[in-house]
Design a binder for this molecule. Structure first.
Ligand code: NAD
Ligand code: LMR
Length: 332
């Protein structure tokens, strides 16, 4: 008896497919970490000189004989690769090197997202969801969104799930409890060194995390910088930016966006602001979000003390600066 499903496959576009994040990401997607047993088709975009390497990655995907991977298409033309796609993971962009901030990549990477935004606008499926991982992720997502006027604005997200997971892991280690006991973590603001991982609303086994830690010195001078500068620490140690953990976070963000967040908890997602928590409307900033039936909502009514307010304002100010910079570059 055949085990092959007859349902139409979900078409998933992934860019930068021959790069290091995708060397982990594609295999996670294809093995079912993203959509479980749902049949999928992969649409892989690369620049022309990387297509040969991508053919090698496709050979390896073939060699895994993944049961739910129905088809793989590759190419260097976003208008062909994005045709009819339901999910788009925009990973392809240059990573920073030691000594750079992610925003230093704006002019190098910004143009990628104008072209891809336009192509998605013209050829993606009506239900397309777009998640940007390539840095600077928040502002690249804004560029893609602004170049895709026919796609509802809220379908453009950026990745701060890696920061969220880093924050959970650091907190769990500090309090000596399993990561599974940490809930209600929030990253606010930009995926950058100004991001604000919030322990005042986080919980450990239902207890307030900041109270349990009881150490403002650690929170301010160890926890926040460790999480915010973790990307740089990995570049320093590996000589390359994070890849497997970035792929994991990309899968988790998209999976939760499609299938929903766990009951009684939230996750951090960079989404277009509706003005919540004083974040200017339209900026793609990280918020606590819940998802139901494929639609996310920003969690409302959280209390922000003065410390949190100042941290969020600083990160949001950086997002405003980045938006101004790409406006000046003519990218939006
Ligand atoms: P990489 O250099 O290994 O791979 C990037 C790939 O993108 C390359 O193969 C390149 O050919 C391809 N590419 C470049 N321009 C393209 C285009 N126009 N269309 C399609 N593909 C294109 O880099 P990586 O380590 O895989 O990282 C990719 C991006 O993700 C970087 O910008 C990195 O900073 C970012 N990143 C973000 C997070 C996050 O949490 N948001 C985490 C880790 C890395
Ligand atoms: C990360 O957070 O690991 C990535 O954004 C890569 C980087 O430049 O830090």
């Amino acid at each position: 008896e055949s085990k092959v499903s007859t349902a139409a496959p979900v078409k998933i576009a992934v860019t930068g497919a021959a790069g290091q994040i995708c060397y982990s990401l594609l295999f996670r997607i294809a093995s079912g970490s993203l959509l479980g047993d749902t049949p999928i088709e992969l649409r892989l975009l690369e620049i022309t000189p990387a297509l040969k390497a991508l053919e090698g990655v496709v050979m390896e995907l073939d060699d895994c004989a993944f049961g739910n991977l129905v088809n793989i298409e590759i190419g260097d033309d976003p208008r062909k690769v994005f045709d009819g796609v339901n999910l788009a993971m925009l990973v392809g962009a240059m990573p920073r090197k030691a000594g750079m901030e992610r925003s230093d990549l704006l002019s190098a990477n910004g143009a990628i997202f104008t072209a891809q935004g336009k192509a998605l606008n013209d050829v993606a499926a009506d239900d397309v969801k777009v998640l940007v991982t390539g840095n600077p992720a928040n502002t690249n997502a804004l560029i893609a969104q602004q170049n895709a006027p026919d796609i509802p604005a809220e379908r453009f997200n950026a990745l701060t799930r890696l920061d969220h997971n880093r924050a959970i892991s650091q907190l769990a280690a500090k309090v000596g409890r399993p990561v599974g006991e940490i809930t209600h973590m929030t990253i606010w603001g930009n995926h950058s060194a100004t991001q604000y991982p919030d322990l005042f609303n986080a919980k450990v086994g239902g207890q307030n995390a900041a109270e349990l830690v009881g150490d403002q010195e650690w929170l301010e001078h160890t926890f926040i910088p460790t999480v915010a500068k973790r990307g740089a620490a990995i570049i320093e140690a590996r000589g390359l930016s994070s890849a497997a953990s970035a792929a994991n976070a990309t899968v988790e963000h998209m999976r939760d966006w499609v299938l929903g967040t766990p009951e009684g908890d939230w996750v951090s997602m960079s989404v277009p602001s509706d003005g919540s928590y004083g974040v200017p409307e339209g900026l793609i900033s990280s918020f606590p979000c819940t998802v139901k039936d494929g639609k996310y909502e920003i969690v409302q009514g959280l209390e922000l003390n003065e410390f949190s307010r100042a941290k969020i304002d600083a990160s949001v100010a950086e997002l405003v600066d980045e938006r101004n910079a790409v406006t000046e570059l003519g990218l939006i």
